[in-house]
Ligand binder design. Structure first.
Ligand code: GRF
Length: 200
């Protein structure tokens, strides 16, 4: 199976996926390309270092969000990409994009959804004062962080823990959980019925 990873930033999740493919924690999978909407995204560097096609698509060069996603979908289809992995991709995905890859786009979110949707999920949970937060991997639909949940892992917020410490803990969990979910996806082990995802 061919996957494309879309990322806007550091790309530590991308790196975890690259490593998991190398170490065969993800089988039956090839990272076909990495696409970013940010030229300076370190994720693009990481891809180049691994000889993975790294593409920067400048949103400013397109007339609309639809035109931008039309180009991405074209690229993905031309390269026969099977699944799309969002890894810190800070851009809204248009309904056209979702429809073109229905139940084939994954996202990782740093909270236990449906709590703390949107940006800064770790900080939101920390500021709210919850005792447990976590990580969610889910399918992407037309709603914000609202698609069917695939895997979740709780992370306890310790007494006196700082935001930085919590961030570190969350990222560690992400780097295990995302490869696990992707491995299930590319090996056809996810069955989706409405909002329910069954692990086969
Ligand atoms: C992660 O915390 C992920 O959950 C969120 O964006 C962050 C991306 O981090 N969607 P990185 O770029 O993979 O390091």
């Amino acid at each position: 199976m061919k996957i494309a990873v879309l990322a806007s930033g550091n790309g530590s999740n991308l790196q975890a996926i690259i490593d998991a493919v190398k170490n065969k924690l993800i089988t039956n999978c090839e990272i076909e390309m990495v696409i970013s909407n940010k030229e300076s995204a370190f994720a693009l560097e990481r891809a180049r270092k691994e000889n993975i096609k790294a593409i920067f698509l400048n949103p400013k060069s397109f007339q609309s969000k639809d035109a931008y996603d039309f180009e991405i979908v074209k690229l993905l289809k031309e390269s026969k990409v099977d699944f799309v992995i969002l890894a810190g991709y800070l851009k809204w995905i248009t309904p056209y994009f979702v429809e073109s890859f229905r139940n084939k786009i994954l996202n990782i979110h740093p909270s236990l959804l449906p709590s703390f949707k949107g940006l800064h999920g770790i900080e939101q949970a920390f500021d709210y004062g919850v005792k447990t937060t976590g990580v969610t991997v889910h399918f992407v639909d037309e709603t914000e962080d609202g698609g069917a949940v695939i895997l979740q892992e709780p992370v306890v917020i310790g007494e006196g823990e700082t935001l930085e410490q919590l961030e570190e803990k969350i990222h560690k969990v992400e780097h295990i959980l995302y490869p696990k979910a992707i491995n299930l996806l590319v090996n056809n082990k996810l069955e989706i019925t409405g909002r329910k995802v069954t692990l086969l």
